[in-house]
Design a protein around this ligand. Structure first.
Ligand SMILES: Cc1ncc(COP(=O)(O)O)c(C=O)c1O
Length: 972
C-alpha cells in the first residue's frame, strides 16, 4: 500500500525519526493545517485535485515499487561506505587534465562542507550575495592573471566544454567565414571528442594538425580556417611555444584558443602574452579533488574586446545607491532569456562552488606558494625523466611541466602493470608508449617507488629535462591573494564573506523554478570521502567498482522514477542534458534518413536554455504561443505543426510548465507532435512536482533532462555544481552520450569531459532516494504542491496569482478556484502601474525582512515566482507570507501618498547598517527601514544586514571591470 497521509512515517526505520520527517518541513499537524486551508482532507486528495488524471499514477501503484525501502541516515551512510570501500584509490599519475591535489583543510571544512557556501543560489540578487560575488571575482582575477588575458568568466562546466565554447566564440568573434577549425593533435582526447560533437551540427569541419614551431608554417594546414585550438602543456606533456603558431594563425585570419594548465602558467609564459585570443582549461588541480571526473570549474578567458562574446556568467564591479563599491553579475547574465536561440551559449548553471574553492586555494598559497608547488611538481617530473633516460628509456619531449611520455618498444603494458603493483596508475597510450603525470601530492618516495617499477631504482639521473621557467610577468599581486596565509585569517575571511550572503542556512529561498530544498548533511557527507574523491575518471574499471555500482543504482532508480528506459548521468548541468537530449533526437531522425527534420517547437514560456540548446544542435526554433491562462496554445501548436510538416524535429515542453501549472492538454500535445513524426522533449527541471505522482516517460515524453541540483538535493553551490542527466525511451538509447576513454559507453557523442560527469556528487542523490523511499518521495512532492498552493491562497488576495491552471472543484462540489503546481507566480504589474513600485523594489525589500527574493521577472516580466519546496515548515511559510503581506501594506502607503514614490522603504531597499548612521532625511523612519515588522523579540528571526544598498547595474555594464579592484577603491 503506497498511499500516504500527512502523518510522519514510522516505517521500519530505527532512528528517532525517519529521514522523511527530517526532510519534509511540515509535520503531521502543520500538514493538516495546510491541507485544511486548501479545503482538502489529505495529500492524496490534493493529488487528485491538482494532477491531471490523464497523467497521474495510481496512488496505490506509483510505479516506484522497484525503489529500495527507505532507510535511516546511518544505514544509508553505512551502505555508501561499503560501496566506497569497493574502490581502490591508487596514486593517480594518469594526468590528461585530472591531477591529485591537496585541498587545504580550512577550505574543505569552511567552503565545501559549509552550508553557508554550498546552499547558496546563483547571485542574481547581488545585494545579498556580495560574499560569493567577491569570491568569484577572485576566481576571475586569478584566471585573468595566470592566463595573461583581461577578462575571465566566473567558471565553465569543465575543460572540454570550455574548449567547445572557445570554438564557437572564435567563430562568432573572428572575421573569417571559413568553416574549418584546426585542432592540435596533442589535445586531451576528451576535449577533442567534445569539440567534434559540438562541431558537427554547426557544420564546422575539424582539421587535425601536429603543431611545432620547427615545422613549416609551424604545422598549420594550408587553406583557410577560422580558428586554432591547441593545448600546452599538451596531452603528451610537451610545452608548445605558442607565439609562432599565433602569429601564423593570425596571418591566416584565424583566432587562437589555448588550453593551458593553471599551475604550469605560474612558470611558463601565459597565452595572453603570446598573442592568443582565448585561453581555456580547468582549475581542478587548485584544491578540487578529482572525484572520478567532477565537478570542477573550467575556465575561459579573453581579451576585453571579446568580453561581449563570452558565454556564461561574469562578475563585475559596480556601485550601490550610496556610491559604495559593490559586485554584481555583469552583461549577459540573463542573456538566454533575452536572446533565446541567438544567445552566445546555453550554459546557465556553472561551477561556482568549485571556482570558489580554486580561488581560495590560490589565495591561501599566494603567488609564491603556487610557484613553489609548480616547481616541486616539475622537479619530480624532471627527476623521473632524467632517471628513466639514464636507465635507457626514451622520454619523448625535453620541455614538459608535469607529464612525461615514455617509450619502450612493446613494453608499455608491462610497465603500467608493474607500476600498478607498486600502487600507481599510469596512462598507457599504445603498446610502446606510456605517460606519467606528477602533481602536488607526488613525493620523492613516490618517484623512487615508480623508478623501482621501471627497474631503474638508484640510477644516477642524466640531465635530459630542459629549464621551462619563461614567465617574467607578475601574477596574483592583489591583496586578495596575499592577505590570507594563516589559517586564522583565511577562516575569518571565509566567514566574513559568507556572512554577507543569504543561503539556505539562514532562510527559505523561495526561488521559483530553482527548487531550493534541503541539502541534508547525511547526503553531503560522503562526497568528501577519499574513496570517492581520490578516483581519476580514467582509472581502470577494477579500481572503481564501488562508484560504478553506486552510479548504476542511481541510474536505475532515476529510470524508475521517470518512467524512461535508459539514462545517462554524463551531462553536468541541465543545459548539457538539454543539449544531449536534442542531439539524441537529431541523431535518431538522421538514422532514419529523416535529416530534413530541423524544426524545434518551443512554447513562449520556456526557459531560455531550451532555445539556446536547440540552436546549438542546428535546429530552427519556432515559438508556440501560450493562452491567457498560461497553457500552451494547442491551436497555435497544431498550426505550427501543419506549417512545418515533415521538417518537425521536436517539441521542448517543460512539465509542469514554467508558469507553475499542470497543463491538462499534455497528452494531446505529445500525441500531436508524435503524429507529425516529431519527438517530445520534456524539460524535467520541474520534476519536483512529479516524483511519485506521474512519470514523463509514461505520459508522452521521448526524452527529458532532470536537474539533480533541484529535485534530487544536490546543492546549488551559489551557481553550480549541477548534474543534468538525460533520460530516454529505448528508441533513443543508442544516441546517449559516449566517451572516447570509456568503452562501456558506446555512444558517438561526448557531452562532458568525464564519462560520468560530476560523479563525486552523486552520493547526494543516492542518499536522498535511499533515505526517502517511494512513499517519502511522493510525500515530498505532494507537500511541495500543498505548500505552493498554501502560499498562493494566502498571498492571492494581496498579489494576484497569475496562473492557476485548470479550475479545480471546491469542497462544496463547485468549481471555485484553480490550483498551482509546486510554484506560483505573483503578478505585480497592476501594482507597479498604479504605484510605481516594481518587482525589484519588492525583491530588495524582502532582504530587509530577512528573506531571499523569489525569482524575479521569469517567466513573465513584472512578476515574482515563488517556490517554497517541501522542506520549509509552516512557520517559515507563514513568516514569508507575513513579510509579503506587510510589503503589500507598504505599497498601499505609497499608493495613498504617505510616502513619495521616490522616497519610501521599498524604493530605498535594501538598507544597510551604515546607511542609518549620520543624517537621516527620508520620509520613513530608520526603524521602518531596517525593522519593518518591529524590533525583534527574543527568539525571533535573526536580522539579516545586507552589506550593500541597491546596486546600479547599468553603471557596472557601462564601466566593465571584471577583476579585483585595487585596494584604494575601498577607501572612503
Ligand atoms: C525549466 C528549466 N530548464 C532548464 C534549466 C537549465 O538548467 P541548468 O541551470 O542546470 O543548466 C533550468 C534552470 O534553472 C530550468 O529551470
Amino acid at each position: 500500500m503506497s498511499q500516504i497521509s500527512g502523518s510522519p512515517s514510522s516505517g521500519s526505520q530505527t532512528e528517532s525519526a525517519a529521514f522523511v520527517d527530517r526532510h519534509v518541513g511540515p509535520d503531521a499537524d502543520e500538514t493538516a493545517r495546510i491541507l485544511s486551508a486548501l479545503g482538502v482532507a489529505s495529500l492524496d486528495e490534493l493529488a487528485t485535485r491538482v494532477v491531471p488524471a490523464v497523467i497521474a499514477d495510481d496512488p496505490a501503484d506509483t510505479g516506484l515499487s522497484a525503489l529500495p525501502v527507505a532507510r535511516t541516515e546511518h544505514e544509508v551512510l553505512a551502505e555508501l561506505a561499503e560501496l566506497a570501500s569497493r574502490n581502490t584509490v591508487r596514486r593517480s599519475m594518469i594526468g590528461l587534465g585530472y591531477y591529485d591535489t591537496l585541498t587545504p583543510p580550512v577550505i574543505l571544512r569552511n567552503v565545501l562542507e559549509n552550508p553557508a557556501w554550498y546552499t547558496a543560489y546563483t547571485p542574481y540578487q547581488p545585494e545579498i550575495s556580495q560574499g560569493r560575488l567577491e569570491a568569484l571575482l577572485n576566481f576571475q582575477t586569478m584566471i585573468s592573471d595566470l592566463t595573461g588575458l583581461e577578462i575571465a568568466n566566473a567558471s565553465m562546466l569543465d575543460e572540454a566544454t570550455a574548449a567547445a565554447e572557445a570554438m564557437t566564440l572564435m567563430r562568432r568573434a573572428g572575421k573569417s567565414r571559413s568553416p574549418r577549425l584546426v585542432v592540435d593533435a596533442d589535445l586531451f582526447p576528451q576535449t577533442r571528442a567534445l569539440i567534434e560533437t559540438r562541431a558537427e551540427p554547426l557544420g564546422i569541419e575539424i582539421v587535425e594538425a601536429s603543431l611545432h614551431p620547427g615545422l613549416p608554417g609551424t604545422g598549420l594546414p594550408d587553406g583557410d580556417y577560422f580558428g586554432v585550438i591547441l593545448q600546452t602543456p599538451g596531452a603528451s606533456g610537451r610545452i608548445l611555444d605558442v607565439a609562432p603558431v599565433v602569429e601564423a594563425a593570425h596571418a591566416a585570419g584565424a583566432l587562437v584558443a589555448v588550453g593551458a594548465d593553471l599551475l604550469a602558467l605560474t612558470l611558463i609564459t601565459p597565452p595572453g602574452e603570446q598573442g592568443a585570443d582565448v585561453a581555456f582549461g580547468t582549475s581542478q588541480r587548485f584544491g578540487v579533488p578529482m572525484g572520478f571526473g567532477g565537478p570542477h570549474a573550467g575556465y575561459l578567458a579573453v581579451h576585453t574586446k571579446h568580453a561581449r562574446q563570452m558565454p556564461g556568467r561574469l562578475v563585475g564591479v559596480s556601485k550601490d545607491a550610496d556610491d559604495n563599491l559593490a559586485y554584481r553579475l555583469a552583461l549577459q547574465t540573463r542573456e538566454q532569456h533575452i536572446r533565446r536561440e541567438k544567445a552566445t551559449s546555453n550554459i546557465c548553471t556553472a561551477q561556482v562552488l568549485l571556482a570558489i574553492i580554486a580561488a581560495m586555494y590560490a589565495a591561501y598559497h599566494g603567488p609564491s606558494g603556487l610557484r613553489a608547488i609548480a616547481r616541486r611538481v616539475h622537479e619530480r617530473a624532471a627527476l623521473l625523466a632524467n632517471s628513466l633516460t639514464a636507465a635507457g628509456f626514451a622520454v619523448k619531449s625535453a620541455t614538459f611541466f608535469d607529464t612525461i611520455t615514455v617509450r619502450s618498444e612493446g613494453r608499455a603494458a608491462h610497465y603500467v602493470t608493474a607500476a600498478r603493483r607498486a600502487g600507481f596508475n599510469l596512462w598507457q597510450v599504445d603498446e610502446d608508449t606510456l605517460r606519467i603525470a606528477c602533481d602536488e601530492t607526488t613525493t620523492p618516495a613516490d618517484v623512487d617507488a615508480l623508478l623501482g617499477a621501471f627497474s631503474a631504482a638508484g640510477v644516477v639521473p642524466r640531465e635530459f629535462a630542459q629549464p621551462i621557467e619563461t614567465r617574467t610577468s607578475e601574477y596574483l599581486s592583489h591583496p586578495a591573494f596575499n592577505r590570507y596565509r594563516t589559517e586564522t585569517s583565511m577562516l575569518r575571511y571565509l566567514r566574513a564573506l559568507s556572512d554577507k550572503d543569504i543561503a539556505l542556512d539562514r532562510s527559505m529561498i523561495p526561488l521559483g523554478s530553482c527548487t531550493m530544498k534541503l541539502n541534508a548533511t547525511a547526503e553531503m557527507e560522503p562526497i568528501t570521502w577519499r574513496e570517492f574523491t581520490g578516483l581519476h575518471p580514467f582509472a581502470p574499471a577494477e579500481d572503481t567498482v564501488g562508484i560504478r555500482e553506486m552510479i548504476a543504482r542511481v541510474e536505475s532508480w532515476l529510470v524508475t522514477i521517470t518512467g524512461y528506459d535508459r539514462i545517462s548521468l554524463q551531462p553536468n548541468a541541465g543545459s548539457q542534458g538539454e543539449y544531449a537530449g536534442l542531439l539524441a533526437i537529431r541523431h535518431y531522425h538522421h538514422s532514419r534518413g529523416d535529416s530534413r527534420r530541423d524544426v524545434c517547437l518551443i512554447p513562449s514560456s520556456a526557459h531560455g536554455t531550451n532555445a539556446a540548446s536547440a540552436a546549438m544542435v542546428g535546429m530552427r526554433v519556432v515559438v508556440v504561443g501560450c493562452r491567457e491562462n498560461g497553457d500552451v496554445d494547442v491551436d497555435d501548436l497544431r498550426a505550427k505543426i501543419a506549417d512545418h510538416g515533415d521538417r518537425l524535429a521536436a517539441i521542448m515542453i517543460t512539465y509542469p510548465s514554467t508558469h507553475g501549472v499542470f497543463e491538462h492538454d499534455i497528452r494531446d500535445i505529445c500525441a500531436a507532435v508524435h503524429d507529425a513524426g516529431g519527438q517530445v522533449y520534456v524539460d524535467g527541471a520541474n520534476l519536483n512536482a512529479l516524483v511519485g505522482v506521474a512519470r514523463p516517460g509514461r505520459f508522452g515524453g521521448d526524452v527529458s533532462h532532470l536537474n539533480l541540483h533541484k529535485t534530487f538535493c544536490i546543492p546549488h553551490g551559489g551557481g553550480g555544481p549541477g548534474v543534468g542527466p538525460v533520460a530516454v525511451r529505448s528508441h533513443l538509447a543508442p544516441f546517449l552520450p559516449g566517451h572516447p576513454l570509456a568503452p562501456e559507453l558506446p555512444g558517438d557523442i561526448t557531452i562532458s569531459a568525464a564519462p560520468y560527469g560530476s560523479a563525486s556528487i552523486l552520493p547526494i542523490t543516492y542518499a536522498y532516494i535511499a533515505m526517502m523511499g517511494a512513499q517519502g518521495l511522493r510525500r515530498a512532492t505532494l507537500t511541495a504542491i500543498a505548500s505552493a498552493n498554501y502560499i498562493a491562497r494566502r498571498l492571492g488576495e494581496y498579489f494576484p496569482v497569475l496562473y492557476t491552471g485548470h479550475e479545480g472543484t471546491g469542497t462544496d462540489g463547485t468549481d471555485e478556484y484553480g490550483w498551482v503546481a509546486h510554484e506560483c507566480i505573483l503578478d505585480l504589474r497592476g501594482l507597479t502601474k498604479a504605484t510605481g513600485v516594481t518587482v525589484d523594489d519588492v525583491a530588495k525589500r524582502l532582504a530587509d525582512y530577512g528573506f531571499h527574493a523569489p525569482t524575479m521577472s521569469f517567466p513573465v516580466a513584472g512578476t515574482l515566482m515563488v517556490e517554497p519546496t517541501e522542506s520549509e515548515n509552516l512557520d517559515e511559510l507563514d513568516a514569508f507570507c507575513d513579510a509579503m503581506i506587510s510589503i503589500r501594506a507598504e505599497i498601499d502607503e505609497v499608493a495613498k501618498g504617505t510616502w513619495p514614490a521616490d522616497d519610501n522603504p521599498l524604493h530605498g531597499a535594501p538598507h544597510t547598517a551604515e546607511c542609518l548612521v549620520g543624517e537621516w532625511d527620508h520620509a520613513y523612519s530608520r526603524e521602518v527601514a531596517v525593522y519593518p515588522q518591529g524590533l525583534p523579540s527574543a527568539g525571533a528571526r535573526t536580522k539579516v544586514w545586507p552589506s550593500v544598498r541597491r546596486i546600479d547595474g547599468t553603471y557596472g555594464d557601462r564601466n566593465l571591470v571584471c577583476s579585483c579592484p585595487p585596494v584604494e577603491a575601498f577607501a572612503e
